[in-house]
Design a protein around this ligand. Structure first.
Ligand SMILES: [Zn+2]
Length: 413
């Protein structure tokens, strides 16, 4: 049976696109088309129609929601997370406040490698149970499509376990989930001093198994000094191409070592982090299909520089925003905070930040045709805010929960 849900008297309906662009770049990011005093009709999991209240026709809906004083916008598209993980690292956080060094924290049981130990010893069922709590939380915070990476397993078995959990979340929840194989997140203890040996394991064992079980849409690598080199990145992305895994990579978080150009050369869908960016990096991105992705909550939590989003946009490039939700550097999956922080710290306008967190986020997950805008035929993924004076209030009142309701695939969360 078809179920119609009508939202009426919407104070302002945001991100209205008759034909949705795949992505928005440069000056085009400044425009956020809206309809004031609007209505929106959802049929099952799709947006079927919308318009101004002045020409609302007679509609018999199963449910009608009065949105007087409220703003409606597409649900957030979070294109970079590590939402599946085991345990938390708040003790490490406290140790850091108390002045312990990275080495001292690692000796006490902190860091990626130690997160991996914990994950390896956690059952698939328990890992799922822990991850579900986080997924349900971010859905309530307005996220309607999300990418989830492996990378805390660092053994073939544990990497596969993470990806199976991410896949199962996608099977059991209405939210769109894209999965990314990030075996090359860190060199595990067993391979200390033998990074090439670990790269062999990734390329010769992990990748074929991930591909055989169809567990990943994308491949990722932490291209950074002390982790994996540009040459490692070239090798992995070349291997992954054989399995049709598209790259989305971690680059330029602490150092610019040429990883962006390598990503672009391999037609990466996105290059993520970019806190440190050179003129050559910006040049490499010009004219490419690669989406730069900023992760401002990570900069906030680690007190590292913010991605120069202003420079990227002013250079005519696109920009997407994502959370980087993970236990070490960003224990938050709140896209509302990401949008606010992009405005407060990166000097994006509210229009740019909302575009970056919806249409461009969808692009960075290959979901532009179904997510990220209010467009007929797209998924019925919407956020209904509480009564707010204008959409600029969303990033302005950064500490308030301004969401009243979230629909994902037409289902109320
Ligand atoms: Zn990350």
């Amino acid at each position: 049976m078809i179920k119609l849900i009508l939202l009426k008297n919407i104070k302002e309906l945001l991100q209205v696109r008759d034909t949705a662009p795949k992505k928005l770049s440069g000056a085009a990011m400044k425009a956020l088309p809206t309809i004031k005093n609007a209505w929106l009709l959802m049929e099952d999991d799709r947006i079927v129609d919308f318009g101004s209240m002045d020409n609302l026709k007679e509609i018999v809906a199963a449910e009608t929601i009065d949105c007087t004083g409220k703003t409606v916008l597409p649900a957030w598209c979070d294109s970079h997370t590590h939402l599946v993980y085991a345990g938390n690292r708040e003790q490490e956080f406290v140790d850091r406040i108390n002045g312990l060094s990275y080495q001292e924290i690692a000796e006490k049981g902190g860091g990626i490698v130690n997160s991996a130990k914990k994950l390896q010893n956690t059952s698939e069922a328990e890992l799922y149970a822990q991850s579900v709590v986080r997924l349900e939380e971010v859905m309530k915070l307005g996220t309607g499509a999300i990418e989830i990476k492996s990378g805390y397993g660092l053994t073939t078995e544990a990497e596969l376990k993470m990806l199976r959990v991410a896949k199962k979340l996608g099977d059991n929840y209405p939210i769109a989930i894209k999965t990314t194989f990030l075996g090359a997140h860190a060199v595990p203890t067993e391979f200390k001093g033998n990074k090439d040996g670990y790269m062999d394991l990734i390329c010769n064992e992990m990748l074929p198994k991930v591909a055989a079980e169809k567990l990943a849409d994308y491949v990722d690598i932490f291209c950074e000094e002390g982790y994996f080199s540009v040459a490692d990145t070239d090798r992995l992305l070349s291997e992954a191409k054989k399995y049709k895994l598209i790259p989305k990579i971690h680059v330029n978080q602490f150092n610019a070592i040429g990883g962006i150009a390598m990503g672009v050369q391999h037609n990466a869908l996105s290059v993520d982090h970019l806190e440190v960016l050179t003129a050559e990096d910006i040049k490499a991105l010009q004219g490419s299909h690669t989406m730069p992705v900023a992760l401002p909550s990570c900069s906030y939590f680690l007190s590292i520089p913010y991605t120069p989003g202003r420079d990227l946009i002013d250079s005519g490039l696109p920009l997407a925003l994502a959370t980087d939700y993970n236990p070490g550097s960003t224990p938050s999956g709140n896209m509302n905070f990401v949008v606010a922080t992009a405005c407060i710290k990166m000097k994006l306008t509210p229009e740019e930040a909302i575009n970056a967190a919806t249409i461009n986020g969808a692009y960075a997950m290959g979901l532009s045709d179904t997510h990220g805008s209010i467009t007929k035929g797209k998924k019925a993924n919407v956020i209904i805010t509480k009564k707010i004076p204008s959409y600029g209030y969303l990033p302005y009142a950064f500490g308030s929960n301004l969401i009243e309701a979230v629909f994902i695939n037409g289902q109320k969360v």
